[in-house]
Write a protein that binds this ligand. Structure first.
Ligand SMILES: Cc1cc2nc3c(=O)[nH]c(=O)nc-3n(C[C@H](O)[C@H](O)[C@H](O)COP(=O)(O)OP(=O)(O)OC[C@H]3O[C@@H](n4cnc5c(N)ncnc54)[C@H](O)[C@@H]3O)c2cc1C
Ligand code: SF4
Length: 476
């Protein structure tokens, strides 16, 4: 532990964001980078607590106090080695993780947690700049072949570890480029796609085979994959969006959030692909239904596309500004979140339900909404409409950001007859194994829509389970 009283002397200092007037004119990353000296001082604030609750809060078990200490001492390479031992892609989580660790940080009892997420990205970016993130192909190959289906963070993490274990790994992706929701969901202003390309380049130099534009269950049958590989890791995400079945749903101008966000990311790839078919918010009154992070991404993207105005509504009540007694430290703080996109210009409303869509000439013109209060009914909290509160919000583009229900079941899941859990996610046992021999599953496919860091953690444990399975089966 470098500086035992660092947290008493140094205040939390964030790198900060680019000014709003500048950043809304492009799709470059919003967050800035802190200079190295300040970054090391920020690391000195880590208290090396007896029980590091940050570590407990982090799904990939990052050994945060250790790399913070190395960072404080200026051993950037040592910090990187410690960080990359538990996280395949700190350059992703360091940018877009909601930093569950910081909620658990002991200094967060006083609302001044260590800047763990920013420290993480600083360490990995320094590692790339100094050139010690290098391809490290396995010393020898096992002769075993593994198919990983789906190239989001879960599939990438599983493929990375299995390849490093010496197996021949093919990562299949139905889209034109690998990355899953990192690529075609999360906006460029949160995560630049060059960051994904840089990592994929290393993985491929290590021997990972990446086959894009290949949908398993359509271009290659699910059974063929089973026949041709010794093990299969299914990491196809949770792609079935939640819909809103109210009157007028079929009007033109109502879209799922991901179609809007993915279209923008494809256009930003810059090769002209998708530009003519993308949903465009330019000059439109945009209404985003759904108050979560995907909704917030729709806000930021609409603002950059020069929407006339943007409104975001949520059926749940407005969260409190500070933790309540039912939500104590070190648990994740369920408090009001104002994202960088909200700062860029958006009207937000809570406790509003959608009554019906209103349209003219078959196109959406507005949405009738109604205020609700949340009451307890037979032990369940349910929304109760408040009489006389109906009104219409004008809109000529409506984006449904209501989350995802479960993975797409048609195709590989139904073709293989994979067993599902009660929420229609793929059911796995303690070793991430499905009911079908040699088929394993990881990420949102198993958990339902979640977070990048949880997908990486799941990909890592599935890779270990597959590696064990291959070792056992090669002995029999
Ligand atoms: C708009 C949006 C913003 C988000 N922002 C954040 C954020 O800021 N921070 C955060 O932590 N999380 C965020 N998330 C959640 C996060 O992106 C997901 O939890 C994570 O990507 C899940 O990883 P995954 O690998 O399980 O699945 P995915 O990333 O969904 O990847 C699955 C991949 O499988 C492919 N696939 C599907 N079927 C087949 C098939 N049959 N054959 C071949 N390929 C197939 C898909 O094309 C896709 O590329 C966001 C999600 C969305 C939608
Ligand atoms: S991955 Fe997320 S939770 Fe874990 S240390 Fe990084 S920012 Fe914190």
């Amino acid at each position: 532990m470098g500086d035992t009283t660092g947290f008493l002397k140094i205040k939390r200092k964030e790198a900060g964001n680019r000014p709003v007037h500048e950043r809304i004119c492009d799709y470059s990353e919003v967050e800035q980078i802190l200079n190295s000296e300040d970054r090391m001082l920020q690391a000195s604030r880590c208290m090396d607590c007896g029980v590091p609750f940050c570590h407990w809060s982090c799904p990939v078990d990052n050994i945060i106090p250790e790399w913070n200490d190395l960072l404080y001492k200026g051993d950037w390479k040592g910090a990187y080695n410690r960080l990359s031992a538990t996280n395949n892609f700190p350059e992703f989580t360091g940018r877009i993780c909601p930093a569950l660790c910081e909620h658990g940080c002991v200094l967060n009892i006083r609302n001044e947690p260590v800047t763990i997420r920013e420290n993480e990205v600083a360490i990995v970016e320094r590692a790339f700049t100094e050139g010690y993130v290098k391809p490290q192909p396995p010393a020898k190959r096992t002769g075993k072949k593994v198919a990983v289906v789906g190239s989001g963070p879960a599939g990438m993490a599983a493929a990375d570890l299995l390849n490093k274990a010496g197996h021949e790994v093919t990562l299949f992706e139905k889209d034109r480029k690998a990355g899953g929701l990192l690529r075609y969901g999360i906006p460029d202003f949160k995560l630049s796609k060059a960051t994904i390309d840089r990592r994929l380049d290393i993985l491929m130099k290590e021997g990972l085979i990446v086959r894009t534009n290949t949908q398993i269950g359509r271009d290659i049958s699910a059974h063929e994959i089973i026949d041709c590989f010794d093990a299969v890791c299914l990491a196809i995400g949770s792609g079935y969006p939640r819909d809103l079945s109210v009157e007028g749903r079929n009007f033109e101008g109502i879209h799922f959030a991901l179609d809007f966000l993915g279209g923008m990311n494809i256009t930003n790839e810059g090769d002209g692909y998708g530009a003519d078919t993308r949903i465009n918010a330019r000059g439109k009154k945009v209404l985003v239904i759904g108050g979560g992070d995907t909704g917030s991404d729709c806000v930021g993207t609409s603002v950059r596309q020069k929407a006339e105005c943007v409104t975001q509504i949520e059926i749940m009540p407005q969260p409190p500004v500070e933790r309540t007694s039912q939500n104590p430290w070190p648990f994740y703080a369920k408090v009001l979140k104002t994202t960088t996109s909200h700062e860029e210009g958006c009207q937000r409303y809570w406790s509003l339900s959608t009554v019906r869509f209103i349209g003219k000439n078959n196109h959406i013109t507005g949405v009738e909404v109604e205020e609700v209060e949340w009451i307890n009914e037979n032990g369940r909290t349910v929304p109760k409409p408040i009489k006389g509160t109906r009104r219409v919000i004008e809109a000529d583009l409506v984006l449904l950001a209501l989350g995802f229900v479960h993975p797409v079941l048609e195709g590989i899941i139904s073709d293989l007859g994979l067993e599902l859990d009660e929420r229609s996610n793929v059911k796995v046992d303690n070793s991430q194994s499905t009911n079908i021999a040699k088929v394993f599953a990881a990420g949102d496919t198993v958990s339902g829509a979640s977070l990048v860091v949880r997908a990486i953690a799941s990909g890592r444990s599935t890779a270990k389970a597959i590696d064990n399975f291959l070792k056992v089966t090669s002995k029999v």
